[in-house]
Design a protein around this ligand. Structure first.
Ligand code: C2E
Ligand code: CA
Ligand code: CA
Ligand code: CA
Length: 278
């Protein structure tokens, strides 16, 4: 059941629309994709609006299928979720992104934070914090340079989510609520959950100049974040006007095509790490 798995049914191609055979084929292909090295990551810069500095990057998973070519995560993540394959795949994403971040720090670049998307199944794994903690210690990356993005639906089971988040916070990683405003979280949850940041969903940001309701939503989320002492990041920023609006609202950070599309590690290093101001 898609809702239970935490699949964002508004964003994703519903599993129901995929033919059973097609789904099975994709699942089998996904099963082999890790061994066959078909995944890679792209990174998208996150920019601090007050200083125009690069402060973070979001790691986004890409699958180069041998026959189909590049498959969108919007298509394959739900299949990976449903089959449970998201657990090993997600682990690969987390370890690869963290190793990359450490490598860049070792090379002498100013440290930035890496954001990694967590799926519901990963989030609910027992001893997740312990495993992440051990891994970070082993590679020597300070947990303060790791941000885990979860969605509102993952906090529906309040007690479980609270326990899990508390352990992750104790470890010292950063916690963000992704696609904020599209889920079900009540203000009560928000007040009590140990989280650090809200990422305003792209759907509100993209039409913020055309739709006054969107402007009201963005402005309300931003001001609420300030009051709750949470960081706030806007996603999907595509033009100067949106950026201007976000600056006026004192939104802390932004991410989107206006700065850059997600790019491969080498390109990210060449373009963004070697000159870290936008
Ligand atoms: P998301 O976490 O909300 O990631 C942001 C998506 O918006 C990315 O799509 C990014 O390429 C796109 N985007 C960024 N800026 C702009 C913009 O200015 N305009 C527009 N139109 N789009 C923008 P992408 O890479 O296709 O990923 C789609 C979704 O797949 C992600 O949404 C996330 O939910 C999921 N996903 C990607 N990688 C992973 C992963 O490693 N693990 C898990 N569990 N999910 C992932
Ligand atoms: Ca995300
Ligand atoms: Ca998002
Ligand atoms: Ca999303």
């Amino acid at each position: 059941n898609a809702k239970e798995q935490g699949v964002d049914i508004r964003r994703y191609v519903p599993l129901m629309q995929m033919k059973a055979a097609e789904r099975l084929k994709m699942e089998n292909d996904l099963r082999r994709a890790l061994e066959r090295d078909e995944f890679y990551l792209e990174y998208q810069p996150q920019v601090q609006l007050s200083t125009k500095e690069l402060v973070g990057m979001e790691a986004l998973l890409r699958w180069q299928h041998p026959k189909r070519g590049l498959v969108s995560p919007v298509e394959f993540i739900p299949v990976a979720e449903e089959s449970g394959l998201i657990v090993p795949i997600g682990e690969w994403v987390l370890t690869t992104a963290c190793r990359q971040n450490k490598e860049w720090q070792t090379a002498g670049y100013r440290p930035i934070c890496v954001s990694v998307n967590l799926s519901m199944r990963q989030f609910l794994q027992p001893n997740l914090a312990g495993k992440i903690g051990e891994f970070l210690k082993r590679i020597g990356l300070d947990p303060c340079y790791v941000d885990l993005e979860i969605t509102e639906s993952m906090t529906l089971d309040k007690e479980k989510a609270f326990e899990q988040l508390k352990r992750l916070k104790e470890l010292g990683v950063f916690i963000s609520i992704d696609d904020f405003g599209t889920g079900y979280s009540s203000l009560h949850y928000l007040k009590n959950m140990p989280i650090d940041r809200l990422k305003i969903d792209r759907s509100f940001v993209s039409e913020v100049m055309e739709d006054s309701n969107n402007a009201a939503i963005v402005s309300t989320i931003t001001s609420m974040a300030h009051h709750l002492k949470l960081k706030v990041t806007a996603e999907g920023v595509e033009n100067e006007d949106q950026l201007q609006f976000l600056r006026q609202q004192r939104c802390h950070e932004a991410q989107g095509y206006f700065f850059s599309k997600p790019v491969r590690a080498q390109e990210f290093e060449n373009i963004f790490l070697k000159s870290a101001t936008f």
